[in-house]
Structures are given as C-alpha cells and as structure tokens.
Design a protein around this ligand. Structure first.
Ligand code: ZN
Length: 220
C-alpha cells in the first residue's frame, strides 16, 4: 500500500480515500478531497493558491533545497534482499525524520526573525502615524523625535531617487541635440544675413558696373 500525494495541495492520500481523475492521455491526477478536485476542475494554478504546498514552496515559506530530501526517492528496480541493508534503513528512518524536523524548525526560526523585524517597523510607523493619540507627554516627545528622524531619512531617500530618475546619459544627449539645433539656427540666420549683404553688394556692384559702362559709353 502506498500513500499517494495530492496533485493540488500535495497532502497525503491514504488508501481508500480521495478521487482519481484520468486524463485523455492516461495521466493520473489524484486528489485528497473534493476541495482540491474542484479547484483542479476550475483550472486554478496551485502555485497561486495560498493553502497549497506548491504556493508555500515557490514563495520561500518552506525548506525546498536540502540534501535531506534526497533520501526519500522512489526506485523502480528491486534490491536483492540483504539483512544488513534492511536493518540500516529501518534504523535510519527515525533519525532522518528527526533531522528533517530539526532543519525545518531552524528554517522556520530564521523566517520568523525576518518577520519580527517587519513587525517592529510596522509598529514604529503606526506610532508615528497616530502620535496624537498618545496621552503620556514623555512618550509622545520620543515619538515626535522618531518622526523627525524618519522624515529626514525619507527626504534623503527622495533626493537620491530624484538623482537616479534624472538619467544623466539621456540628459546629456538632449543637451547636445539642443545645442546642435541652436547652432544650426544661428548658422541659418547668419547665412541669410550674409546672402542679403551679398545681394545688396552685388546690386551695388552691378550698379557700379552699369555706371561704369554708361561712363565708358559717354567717354566714347
Ligand atoms: Zn489536496
């Protein structure tokens, strides 16, 4: 008798329990209860539903990669009977279970330490937010000091973010483009002025030439 695991929540399915669904391509899906079966029929993704093992593993809430999980593996080949191996495995089972529990507990403690930090942060922000409600003047002073410190920190952060958002590289390119445009405009204006001057001078010259021609004619 084998204890199967639920396809949806990865819970144990003891003999005589649960539902089996066989797909068109003969793949077996086992479910521990109707809740899991219903969720499967509704095409829910177990990684996105909070009460499943898959969700907890993908979101770093449980130990996933550890050499202790390599012990338990299904083997298709049958092993030749050996009394020593048999005794060793039976004795090891309890020890491995103990080790597993210890490791999981340690992981849980580490996770909860981080959670405590977040909790403290939350409490701090709550105190600052509702500092008006504090009746004890001494505590209120402390909280107001905290508030000032937090404000300063926030301002510093905002300034840093502003500098980040400016994106110096882009700005430089924009500046260069702007300068090039201005230069072009100035060049155009100068060219126009020069061309106007040229035209005027040309007219003058031509006028001079005409006059010269006239004077020449007169001389003749
Ligand atoms: Zn299940």
């Amino acid at each position: 008798m084998r204890i199967e695991t639920c396809y949806f929540c990865s819970g144990p399915i003891y003999p005589g329990h649960g539902i089996v669904f066989v797909r068109n391509d003969s793949k077996m899906f086992r479910f521990c209860r109707s809740k899991c079966h219903r969720a499967f029929k509704a095409k829910k993704n177990p990684r996105k539903i909070r009460w499943t093992k898959a969700y907890r593993k993908t979101h770093g809430k449980e130990l996933v990669t550890d050499p202790i999980y390599d012990f338990e593996k299904i083997k298709d080949t049958t092993i030749k009977y050996d009394r020593k191996v048999w005794v060793d495995t039976i004795q090891a089972m309890g020890k491995i279970e103990e080790l597993k529990k210890k490791k999981e507990d340690k992981f849980f403690e580490r996770r909860m330490k981080r959670a405590e930090k977040d909790k403290k942060k939350q409490m701090k922000s709550n105190l600052i937010k509702h500092s008006v409600l504090i009746s004890d003047p001494k505590i209120r002073e402390k909280v107001e000091k905290l508030k000032e410190e937090e404000d300063e920190k926030r301002k510093l952060k905002e300034e840093k973010n502003k500098n980040k958002n400016l994106n110096v590289g882009l700005n430089k390119i924009m500046d260069i483009e702007y300068n090039i445009k201005e230069e072009k405009n100035e060049n155009k204006k100068e060219n126009k002025k020069e061309s106007k001057k040229d035209k005027k001078e040309g007219q003058k010259n031509s006028g001079d030439k005409n006059q010269n021609k006239k004077s020449k004619k007169k001389k003749e």
